[in-house]
Design a protein around this ligand. Structure first.
Ligand code: HEM
Length: 497
């Protein structure tokens, strides 16, 4: 925590001068004139947008300390709630070391997410951008981003990949669950993390569990330790160690690319992993270099590695707390298992996704859990949306958590209620955005849902459990304080016919 505050403080200090310039800009009459000029000429509408209400807080640190102290509680949105009452759903603040427009308004956020790179580009802390490199999918814009995003998205949606993921998941889950003992706690967060990492690496670079996978896992842990580090790249610093780890991983992936080349890519008709997808697309006039492919495999592990296990873990947490939901989920999955056993068929990916209540449990977990609390952008020019002015250079923070927990969108928003989704309530509306939206909508969303469905199926059809007391921590990332320990008992009551 101390470490984090220090990072925030230094980030804030680094951006102090740019902030000062922005303050001066907004207070000098000539600059406000030029703002108005640029606003009318560059904004989307020709109204007179106003900077949203709010305060930039203290010099240098802005409102970061209050933001963090709220984030450390079980109601991180209390920071937003207070300001929503005072200023409305969109307000200005100073967090992340920069002046920020915070949006808890679904429509405003949707508009921003759908905008192109001429209006908004991704905004990440400096340590993160250093680690990702300039050609990372998370940072690039325009045609290249659309191209890579489209290729990955359609691969992750393909039936071939889903069939492969299903087989892999079943194998890894079986291997994990056969070691579960009744006389010791099982830490769901660790188990799901291990399974999801193996699935992700298999999908990205077609690597099976083994020595190389273990090396990759170790290097990846070193790599991500740098995501929250000071942006100082000197030997001995965390950022330096993380970049070294990234280099080692990139070397391993480049060897895989080379061996694919040596094996003759032209023989491949159906891509087996994301590397194949990107290499096969190289016929176009802008070939993707090996460096770009290798780096992006690693960068793609960042959003993919943690979020899926958190989804599985939170589902187990909520189900443990809401026995009626667990009972209905179990009944639905046992019924499917019995049916497939009668037919003598293995479960296909479409079977796992066909269970409506299971899907509702996953949807509700995504809504309540807010695994990604929101996304950040930087405004490339003055922009007006719904009468709000977002000045050039400011950060825009689309805070999904407040929208997902807003009682005007969801009755009793703090209750885990999978039944709320059962009348085919639209999950593709702007009040439900766990996977973001627009240009950068998460390409891994189908994969995440499928993995969670398979995990829950095998858990509830094979085990009963009693969960130990545990709480959700929301900062800096969502996780369980005690790694979600449960005591399991093998099921004997549901006999298959
Ligand atoms: C429960 C699981 C997941 C959640 C909640 C989630 C959430 C998100 C969100 C909110 C974004 C948008 C970021 C932005 O707009 O700046 C995103 C982007 C992304 N996600 Fe996921 N994600 C999940 C799983 C995955 C998986 C399994 C992968 C697989 C590799 C993945 C890969 C990506 C990539 C590559 C992007 C960047 C897309 C781009 O900028 O073009 N995610 N994710």
């Amino acid at each position: 925590m101390d470490n984090l505050l220090l990072i925030l403080f230094l980030t804030a200090a680094a951006s102090f001068f740019s902030t000062l310039i922005l303050y001066l800009r907004s207070s000098s009459p000539s600059s406000s004139r030029s703002r108005r000029r640029s606003f009318t000429s560059q904004s989307h509408s020709h109204g007179h947008g106003q900077l949203p209400l709010g305060t930039l807080g203290w010099p240098i640190v802005g409102e970061s300390l209050e933001f963090i102290s709220c984030a450390l509680t079980d109601r991180p949105e209390s920071f937003m709630d207070k300001r929503r009452c005072m200023y409305g759903k969109v307000f200005k603040s100073h967090i992340f070391g920069t002046p920020t427009i915070v949006s808890t308004d679904a429509e405003v956020s949707k508009f921003v997410l759908q905008s192109d790179a001429k209006a908004f580009v991704p905004f990440y802390p400096k340590s993160l951008t250093e680690l990702m490199g300039k050609s990372s999918i998370l940072l690039i814009n325009g045609g290249l981003q659309r191209r890579i995003h489209g290729l990955i998205g359609s691969f992750f949606k393909s039936a071939d990949l889903k069939a492969q993921i299903t087989r892999d998941m079943e194998k890894y889950i079986h291997k994990s669950m056969e070691n579960w003992m009744q006389d010791q706690p099982i830490y769901i967060q660790d188990e799901s993390k291990n399974i999801a990492f193996q699935v992700l690496v298999k999908a990205l670079i077609n690597l099976d569990p083994g020595e190389q996978m273990e090396i990759l896992k170790k290097q990846f842990q070193e790599f991500i330790s740098g995501l929250m580090s000071l942006p100082v790249n000197i030997p001995g610093s965390q950022l330096y160690r993380s970049l070294q780890a990234k280099k080692k991983m990139a070397r391993l992936i480049q060897e895989i690319i080379q061996s694919k080349r040596d094996g003759g890519m032209s023989n491949i008709n159906v891509p087996k992993d994301v590397i194949d997808v990107l290499m096969m697309n190289n016929a176009s006039d802008q070939p993707l270099t090996d460096d770009l492919i290798a780096d992006n495999m690693i960068d793609m592990m960042i959003p993919g590695e943690d979020s899926v296990p958190v989804l599985m873990t939170l589902a187990v947490k909520y189900l443990s707390d809401y026995p009626a939901a667990l009972q209905q989920l179990t009944d639905e999955n046992i019924k499917l298992k019995e049916l497939k056993a009668q037919l003598g068929e293995p479960l296909a990916w479409s079977d796992y996704l066909s269970l409506p209540f299971t899907q509702n449990v996953i949807t509700e977990t995504l809504r309540m859990g807010n695994i990604i609390i929101g996304v950040m952008r930087k405004a490339m020019r003055d922009i007006e949306i719904k009468g709000y002015l977002i000045p050039k250079g400011w950060c825009f923070f689309a805070y999904f958590r407040s929208v997902h927990l807003d009682e005007s969108n969801y009755d009793w928003p703090y209750q885990f209620n999978p039944w709320r989704w059962q009348d085919n309530k639209d999950i593709s509306n702007s009040s439900f955005t766990p996977f973001g939206g627009g240009q950068r909508l998460c390409p891994g969303l189908d994969l995440a849902r499928l993995e969670a469905s398979i995990f829950l199926h095998h858990l509830v059809t094979q085990f009963r459990w009693v969960a130990e007391e545990d709480t959700v921590v929301n900062f800096p990332t969502v996780r369980m304080k005690r790694r979600m320990p449960i005591w399991v008992k093998k099921r004997e009551d549901y006999k298959l016919t």
